[in-house]
Structures are given as C-alpha cells and as structure tokens.
Write a protein that binds this ligand. Structure first.
Ligand code: ADP
Length: 506
C-alpha cells in the first residue's frame, strides 16, 4: 500500500508545491509523507493542504488509511519494549535535543503554521516557543518519575509503588495549535516511556511532519514518534483503528466534544486509558469593582487570540450593570485601534483568517441569531472583504443568555456582552453550560475573588488575567470539557500506570 523513501530527495519525490507557497515555506522542513518506524512513507492516495488565507493549495500530503495505520501501530508496538527501558536520563536528553532543534528552527516552523493555519507570524512564533516548552519541560520531568514505599501493618512485608509507562498511545490533534497540541501530549508520553502514533488534523499536517523531521534529527529512535496524516474522509476509519486496536493502551485527544464522545465510545470496548481535551465556552465576568482598563486589555487578549479559535477563548462576556457601558465603550475603541484583519504573513496583522468557510458560517449564524433577537452591533458584524475565510472582529451588546452565542461555542472573533445585576446571576449564567474549560473574571474585592474562583465550574480560572496557559500549569476541563490534565507536574501521570508490589516473607 505504501513505499519507503530514502531520506534525501524527499521533497522532489513527494511534494507538489504551489508556486506561491514555494517562496514562503521552508523546504528543509516540509514533508508530505507519513513518518512511520523512522522512515518517510508514501501512500497511494494524497489530499490537499490549503492556505486558509488564500484558498490556494500548499501541498499534496499522503492520505493514510487503515493499512498505513496498522503499520504505524506495529512500528510503535515494536519500539515500545526498547523505549520503555531506555534510562530516563537518556530519554530526557533526546527530548532536550528535540527542543533545541525546535528553537533553532523556530522561524521556519512558525512559517509553516501561518501557511496552513493562518495565524499571524508573531502568534505562530509564540506557539512554537510554547510548543517547544513542553518538550523542554517533559525532558526535565522524565527524570522525576517517582514511586513510593508504603508502610504496612504486617512486619514481614514491604509495599512498593512502581510507575510504569502505559504503552502505545494514539494521539489525535486539532488544527488550532498545529504544533503545541502535539508536543503537549508527545512530550509527556515519551518522557514516561510510551511510544506514539499521531494523527494530526487534516487542515494542518505539515507542522506534525516538520516535528517528525526534527525528531529524526534529534535521534528519537525509529517507531517512537510516528505521524499518520489523513484526509477528513479517512479520519473516521483511521480513528476507529487507533481507538479499538488491542495494541493501543491509551488515547489522547484534543478536539470537539462531539468527536471526543465518538472516540470514548470506541475506547470502551478494550477499556483504554483516555485523556480528552474537548470544547469550552469560557465566561469572562467583569464585576463593578474591576479595573476597567485591565479588564478591557484582558478581554482583547482572551477573545481575539488566533481569531477567537482557541478552546480557552472567551465565548461570552458578563458585565455588571455599574461598569457595563464604560466597558463596552472602551472595548469597542480598543478593538478598532488594536485589531487588524489580513493575511498572517503581513506585518501588523493581528487577525488572520478562520480555518475554513464552515467556521465563518458558524460565526455569521451566531451574529444573525443574536441580532434577530435584539442584540446591537457595536463593532464589525459581517464577513471581511479580505477573503472568503475572514470575519470582522465583532462586538455585540444587549445579548441575552438565551441566544445561541451565549449557549454554544462560537470559535471565532465574536464578543457578545450580557449585562447582569448580581454575582449570583453571573455565576448562574456562567455555570449554565454543560462544558467547563476556562473562565475569567475581573474584580478587586478579595472575598469576591475567592468566592467566584471556587464557584466557577471550570478547570482553569483567570483572575484579573486573560491569558493563562503555561507549560508549568495544569491544562484541562470539567464537565463535558474533558478528562485529565496536560502540561505541569500532573501531565505525565496520564501516561503512567501505578503498579503496587507487595513484597512478603521478609
Ligand atoms: P473540528 O471540527 O474543529 O475539526 P474535530 O474534533 O472534528 O474538530 O477534529 C479534531 C481532530 O479529530 C482532527 O484531527 C480530526 O481529523 C479528528 N477527527 C474528526 N472526526 C474523527 C473521527 N470520527 N475519528 C477520529 N478522528 C476524528
């Protein structure tokens, strides 16, 4: 079904690059074939990767199906026995080398992100630093996997706890952070001694493959990190194998709640370990006591990063009536001053395209639904003339909790503002959704800060802060936002089994 390629000449053999992308994309890191068992593998089918800003084709990439998937799992299973026995210091050194190579190649990696995802180059560079940080962090954590010795009531016994790698891990990632969503999982998995098969999002496979090239250069052994690109059409069949094959011990997924539920059902049959980082619907509450300028700055950062396409982006603003009018006024002034829509490769652009037209239609639907029920457009409100995947940063006031944008995840540059009276009312609206990933609030009242931080039903809270992700801190949600935590000292536990050893007859 597929053939192995020599390392040299990969591009000439396998890439069909459009002339526009050729001038921008770094050919040294561009790969268009799967990476399995340490080799670049061509598939009989290919699919196009598009530039969301222009709609042009960047590359044709291998469209892997079930047979390539089984091959990748065989490679990961074959490599697991040896990798789990590699001393942790050596695993740590290899992850560190991979990190160093990411930093050395950061500009090129960022260009690949801007080309396939659309986010502005500065943001893409920020993602690469963040993504590389997970390899650095878990290279350090690899050496800090501790067991326990437990005292037991019987004199002739000792009880030990060993931590061991879970096994082969299937990793399915989204397009909104094409690099960081991979390293956040793979760094932890490899540090723990697991081997992985990564199925990147069909929109953004080039970043995953560029990381494979750097993993290869870093000396990560064959079969430890495998990448299996595939089209949206093949994702269900590949996903089913990844989540049901008996050789897979663990699934780690970031994406929509709907897809997460499908994968959870698959995983049930063979009772696999799962980590799920699913959709969010972050509330951003501004209380009367807030410093309004800080709240506006936080609002801008939290709402419009990646054009509103992150799972921790604010979905709805709840603003107390005493501060409401000034907040809306100042936010609209700042939006007009600070946000510029355009191609992510252009200087000064802060708002790139949305990932595809379906995403634009969703934002449009949320705006139209709100306006038809009485919301006011303060800023934006329609598609941008820049191109078909662009939408103007939009601010709506007079929004109610019943409107679609207050109940569903928009995943785009729409900031709806609901006016509220009391803290109880704000918490009731914030907690009324069935997901709970991030939540933000601005207040200068210490008692209120404690109360609200404890009562918000989310996995992460930003208090007087609109950006909270950091490799050192636990990322994850409650309710239908998922299972488990990534990054931080907790992230590695997702890839470790606890084994109790009872040592008797002493
Ligand atoms: P989005 O709609 O934003 O693309 P998804 O949750 O559908 O979010 O996609 C996240 C990841 O899940 C992508 O890599 C996608 O290819 C993958 N995916 C989507 N559907 C399936 C499926 N049925 N089985 C396995 N993977 C899937």
């Amino acid at each position: 079904m597929f053939s192995r390629l020599p390392f040299s000449g990969i591009l000439s053999l396998s890439c069909r690059m459009s002339s526009t992308s050729a001038s921008v994309l770094p050919t040294s890191l561009l790969r268009s074939t799967a990476y399995v068992g340490g080799s670049w593998i061509r598939s009989s089918d290919t699919f196009p990767v598009l530039d969301p800003a222009t709609g042009t084709e960047l590359l044709q990439v291998a469209d892997c199906g079930p047979s390539e998937c089984r091959e990748a799992l065989k490679a990961a299973s074959g490599a697991f026995q040896a990798w789990k026995e590699v001393p942790s210091k050596e695993r740590s050194n290899l992850l560190r080398k991979w990190y160093d190579l990411m930093i050395q190649n950061k500009e090129d990696l960022a260009k690949i992100i801007t080309a396939e995802n659309g986010k502005p180059t500065k943001e893409a560079l920020g993602e690469i630093i963040y993504a590389a940080g997970f390899l650095e962090w878990f290279s350090e954590e690899a050496r800090r996997i501790y067991g326990d010795v437990i005292s037991v009531p019987l004199k002739d016994r000792r009880a030990l706890v060993l931590k061991q790698p879970v096994g082969v891990t299937a990793i399915i990632t989204p397009w909104n952070f094409p690099s960081a969503m991979i390293t956040r999982k793979v760094g932890a998995a490899l540090a723990a001694g697991c081997t992985v098969v990564v199925k990147p999002a069909e929109d953004t496979p080039l970043s995953a493959l560029a990381l494979a090239e750097l993993a290869h250069q870093a000396g990560i052994p064959a079969g430890v990190y495998n990448v299996l690109p595939c089209s949206r059409q093949k994702a269900p069949s590949v996903g089913e194998i990844l989540c049901t094959d008996p050789s897979v011990a663990k699934i780690s997924f970031t994406g929509s709640t709907a897809t997460g539920k499908i994968l959870l059902r698959y995983a049930a049959d063979t009772v696999k370990r799962v980590s799920m980082e699913l959709g969010g619907h972050a509330p951003f509450i501004v209380f009367d006591s807030a410093d309004v300028d800080k709240a506006v700055a936080g609002a801008l950062a939290s709402k419009f990063r990646n054009s509103g396409q992150t799972c921790v982006c604010t979905n709805k603003f709840l603003v107390q009536k005493g501060i409401h009018d000034v907040f809306v006024k100042k936010l609209s002034v700042m939006m007009k001053k600070e946000l510029r829509v355009g191609n992510g490769f252009e200087d000064g652009v802060t708002q790139g395209p949305l990932i595809n037209e379906k995403a634009v239609e969703k934002v449009e639907h949320h705006v139209q639904d709100a306006v038809s029920q009485g919301a006011n457009i303060e800023v934006g409100g329609k598609r941008s003339g820049v191109g078909k995947n662009f939408f103007e940063p939009t601010l709506l006031s007079n929004v109610t909790a019943k409107m679609v944008c207050a109940r569903e995840e928009t995943f785009g540059p729409l900031a709806p503002v609901i006016k509220f009276d009391t803290e109880e009312e704000a918490l009731a609206i914030a907690n009324s959704v069935n997901v709970g990933l991030a939540g933000y609030f601005y207040s200068q009242d210490p008692a209120q800060i404690w109360r609200v931080a404890e009562r918000l039903e989310v996995g992460m809270v930003g208090v007087n802060e609109g950006l909270l992700s950091s490799v050192e801190c636990p990322f994850g949600g409650v309710k239908q936002s998922g299972l488990g935590r990534e990054g931080s000292k907790y992230g590695i536990d997702e890839y470790l089994e606890v084994k109790y050893v009872c040592y008797g007859g002493l």
